[in-house]
Design a protein around this ligand. Structure first.
Ligand SMILES: [Zn+2]
Length: 403
């Protein structure tokens, strides 16, 4: 029976010495004996869960794809990823599109699950998509950037009463404007109030609401004032401020804002107003990721480096490994309804682990990353910590929400 031990295993939201045994991919015992993999003082986390990844295949596999994305995920310790319903073609708004995704994903290296989508006119597909095993539904309240995935209005969602979460790209359409070529103009075109207003607009829905990629102090405040609404943010909003933005590789929507917003996001995480930090990995080919801030594609690739980026930012703020693990594994697993198997190291859960040297270093070179395009705003950064090993107890599978 395979086993591992370390003096620092994240168990039940605390860090302690442990040995862990598993059988057929499932943890069967946690104790303090010896083990066949002894990792000394390295930190053993549950496998990371990234609930916000745009794989883009089929249809835009030149942007990213299952082979490259799951290789990047594995190299970065993400043993489970949940794929977003756009920018693949067709988008995952029908069961046929979900099946096309599953066919395209053959050969994936980590466990996979799928979000469905809702666009105008697709509400009738929701029950069949639930039956087919999606984890929830993503909607846009503003232009998504791709023509086949138009926004919905809040009134359309008001008729739904789902058990699964509705994931909202929360920027109010009437407060988002056209951008000029400069970053100042891009920022002005997507103000914090657009995020806050959209959050308030969806807060009263009869389905569970989760706010994607929260970027502003106003957004954090709006979630705090909306009981039952959950929220995520992303490594780039916690790392960079507008002063760091030197080129379109930093362009994303909503945008990276001033330092006061970055601090408010940290406070929101530490207070529990925001539950998790996920990548929003969203690559595009170089020919779309150039030009000025009005025209370049918005999206940042960080699937492979979420752990060292977050450790670099979190360590000086005295965040411990257990809390970091909650943000990177446990909370995303709960959101996607995968927490009966994923997100923590416990008897009965999947034997997925990440072994991490918190005192090591990761030098980011886009050309060394496994996702399809090397462009990254983290280029050249020396991050704190180094991935030592990623372990999946079973060959990679496709997951169904808490089946
Ligand atoms: Zn996204």
């Amino acid at each position: 029976m395979p086993s591992l031990r370390s003096s620092r295993v994240v168990l039940d939201h605390e860090l302690r010495p442990a040995s862990v045994r598993w059988e057929e991919g499932v943890v069967v015992a946690i104790g303090d004996g010896s083990a066949d993999h002894d990792f000394g003082d390295l930190v053993v986390f549950p496998g990371l869960v990234d609930s916000h990844v745009h794989v883009n295949e089929p249809g835009r596999a030149d942007w990213e794809g299952f082979a490259t994305a799951t290789r990047a995920a594995h190299a970065g310790g993400a043993t489970t990823i949940v794929d977003m319903p756009l920018n693949s073609v067709p988008p995952t708004t029908t069961v046929e599109a979900l099946e096309a995704k599953r066919r395209a994903a053959q050969g994936h290296l980590v466990d996979l699950a799928f979000w469905g989508g809702i666009v105008p006119g697709s509400l009738g597909n929701v029950p069949a998509l639930i039956e087919s095993g999606v984890c929830g539904f993503k909607v846009f309240l503003v232009d998504s950037g791709v023509p086949e995935y138009p926004p919905v209005d809040v009134a359309t969602l008001a008729g739904l009463a789902l058990d699964l979460p509705i994931l909202v790209h929360a920027e109010a359409d009437d407060l988002v404007g056209e951008s000029g070529p400069s970053y100042t103009e891009y920022l002005a075109s997507r103000p914090p109030d657009a995020e806050a207003k959209a959050i308030r607009d969806v807060a009263g829905l009869d389905s569970p609401v989760h706010i994607l990629h929260v970027s502003s102090a106003e957004g954090v405040d709006a979630i705090a004032a909306s009981p039952g609404v959950t929220g995520e943010t992303c490594p780039h909003y916690l790392t960079f401020t507008e002063e760091d933005v030197t080129g379109v590789e930093f362009k994303c929507a909503p945008p990276i804002r001033g330092g006061e917003h970055r601090e408010a996001l940290w406070e929101g995480l530490l207070a529990g107003t925001l539950d998790m930090v996920v990548s929003d990995h969203s690559p595009a080919p170089p020919e779309l990721k150039r030009g000025d801030f009005a025209t370049a594609w918005g999206g940042i690739s960080s699937l492979q480096i979420r752990l060292p980026v977050m450790w670099t930012a979190a360590a000086p703020r005295r965040v411990d490994f257990a809390l970091l693990s909650r943000w990177l594994s446990y909370a995303p697993a709960v959101l996607a309804g995968l927490n009966d198997r994923k997100g923590s190291v416990a008897v009965g859960k999947d034997a997925d682990f990440v072994v991490f040297d918190p005192d090591g270093e990761t030098l980011v070179r886009g050309n060394d990353l496994h996702h399809r395009h090397p462009l990254t705003p983290y280029e050249g950064m020396r991050l704190r910590g180094r991935l030592v090993d990623t372990m999946l107890g079973s060959p990679a599978r496709m997951l169904i929400r808490n089946d």
